[in-house]
Design a binder for this molecule. Structure first.
Ligand code: CP
Length: 363
């Protein structure tokens, strides 16, 4: 029995197999209409969502299964102080698989350590959003016919945009990708994501503040929303929110076969005048998300039937227990019983990372 918390919990071969299954589901939906008959998905959404929650639910219904769940923590016993760990043990008595969104980074991982059913991370703070990445990969594969030899521009809030972090991580497992990062200085990609891009000649990485200057080079433009909910200082958000607004005029020098992606929701960073442009693929991305979630639910439920024992993550390495995570969004700040654990990532530079939220610390 396995959970998917990070896109790297799936091998490249598994991602490719999920893409093939999703394509087959698009072509032959009837073939899968009973695949999860008698099974229940629990959607545990402690943070707002439209696409992810409803696409998980639509996915389970299209597989012939049923859905239970909630869309807000305030209607649950979490509001009385129940832990993520206990909630996960309870839900394991009612359902066959969990999809969890939580504002605290590492919450779905804690859930996976306590549930006796598979857990899928449906977005944890600014950390991971693996099923959005699966939707992005299917859209790129479908529209461009490949997941390699691509120049991709990420534009907007690259600091808090978890979908950007997960997609970069996923694309680094393919070949010949040029990453062009377009953001204000204040919203640049965190160093820990940048450092994961391999230096093996197959990838290039560039940062710029000038979207129009790089537009002609791009095969993919991945726009993002400036994430108000992650800012501590509202004045800073108001100053940065309109940094990039994509308009038809800005697309004039773009390639004819550019594809424009956005995980949505958008606020105003893509003008609605672009929606009818054939290069606008963000609503196709939404549709693809449902099929990738169908493929993932089916895979994890079948695996759990074959092997109900929890598959443990690789625990090789050196662990430290005497430090406290400094990330205010880490699940360790609210989950009282959780032991703080750091994994050493560089003994030479004395750097370790929180195992829940990946925040780095010097030791
Ligand atoms: N893309 C995405 O995660 O959308 P929701 O927040 O609506 O789920």
């Amino acid at each position: 029995m396995r959970s998917v918390i990070d896109i790297l919990d799936l091998s490249v071969e598994e991602v490719n197999a999920l893409l093939a299954t999703a394509e087959d589901m698009i072509a032959n939906p009837k073939k899968y209409s009973d695949a999860c008959r008698g099974k229940k998905l629990a959607t545990l959404f402690f943070e707002p969502s439209t696409r992810t929650r409803l696409s998980f639910e639509a996915a389970m219904y299209e597989l012939g299964g049923n859905v239970i769940g909630f869309s807000s923590a305030k209607d649950t016993s979490a509001s009385k102080g129940e832990s993520v760990a206990d909630t996960s043990k309870v839900i394991s008595c009612y359902a066959d698989i969990i999809a969890m969104r939580h504002p605290k980074e590492g919450a779905p991982f804690v859930s996976s350590q306590n549930a006796s059913i598979p857990v899928i991370n449906a977005g944890d703070g600014g950390h991971h959003h693996p099923t959005q990445t699966l939707a992005d990969l299917l859209t790129i594969q479908h529209e461009k016919g490949r997941l390699k030899d691509l120049t991709i521009g990420f534009c907007g809030d690259l600091k808090f945009g978890r979908t950007v972090h997960s997609l970069i991580t996923a694309l680094c497992r393919y070949e010949n990708i040029n990453f062009v990062m377009i953001s204000p200085d204040e919203l640049k990609l965190p160093g820990y994501v940048k450092n994961e891009i391999p230096e093996n000649g197959s990838f290039t990485y560039r940062e710029t503040t000038d979207l129009e200057a790089v537009m002609p080079e791009l095969d993919i433009l991945y726009m993002t929303r400036v994430q108000q909910e992650r800012f501590d200082d509202i004045a800073e958000y108001l100053r940065l929110r309109d940094a990039y607004i994509l308009t038809p005029e800005k697309l004039v020098p773009a390639k004819k076969d550019l594809i424009i992606l956005h995980p949505l929701p958008r606020v105003n960073e893509i003008s609605v005048a672009i929606d009818d442009d054939p290069r606008a693929c963000y609503f196709k991305q939404v549709r693809n998300g449902k099929y990738m979630r169908m493929a993932l639910i089916l895979k994890l439920i079948r695996e759990a039937e074959e092997n109900p024992t929890r598959v443990q993550k690789n625990t090789e390495g050196t662990y430290l227990y005497d430090y406290k995570c400094d990330n205010p969004r880490c699940i360790t700040t609210t989950e009282q019983e959780l032991k703080q654990i750091f994994r050493v990532v560089s003994a030479e530079h004395r750097i370790c990372r929180c195992i829940y939220c990946d925040t780095k610390k010097k030791y």
